[in-house]
Structure formats: structure tokens, C-alpha cells
Write a new protein. Structure first.
Length: 85
């Protein structure tokens, strides 16, 4: 039970940090940050490997970098769709 709570809290924190690094407004507030954190926690270690401190099953540094990449690409896609619509 505590593992799930720690994972959710870490995903939210990682999502907020990744969003702040990129500077885009993440849609969905806390839930959007949590989803971005989970995607970044999957994407970062997949691209860069799992290194650095691990908390709640998340390799923190690659997860933050992966989240920043995900939020950047999401913001880029939103701008493209806004321009064409």
C-alpha cells in the first residue's frame, strides 16, 4: 500500500519538476503532472538507463529528464494542432 502511495507522490513531484524545466503549462493540473511523471519515469530510463538515486522505484534524474522531454513534445504537438485547427 505504501509503495503505491510513494510511487504516486514521486510521479507528481517528477511531473511538476519536468514541467517547470520546460516551461510549458501541463494540462490537467496534478493529474496531468502525475501522468507525465509516470511517462517520464518510463521514458527516461529507457533512453538514458537507470542511474542516480532511486526512490519509490523511480530513477530520479533520468525520470525528470524523460518527463521534461515528454512535456516538451506534448507542448510542441499542442502548438501544431492549434495552428492547423
Amino acid at each position: 500500500m505504501w509503495g503505491i502511495i510513494i510511487s504516486i507522490v514521486m510521479a507528481i513531484i517528477i511531473g511538476i519538476i519536468g514541467d517547470a524545466l520546460v516551461g510549458h503549462e501541463m494540462p490537467g493540473g496534478i493529474i496531468g503532472s502525475m501522468i507525465a511523471g509516470f511517462v517520464g519515469a518510463w521514458l527516461g530510463p529507457w533512453l538514458f538507463g537507470a542511474w542516480g538515486p532511486v526512490i519509490g522505484g523511480f530513477a530520479i534524474v533520468p525520470a525528470i529528464i524523460g518527463t521534461a522531454i515528454f512535456v516538451f513534445l506534448l507542448g510542441l504537438a499542442a502548438k501544431l494542432f492549434k495552428r492547423t485547427a
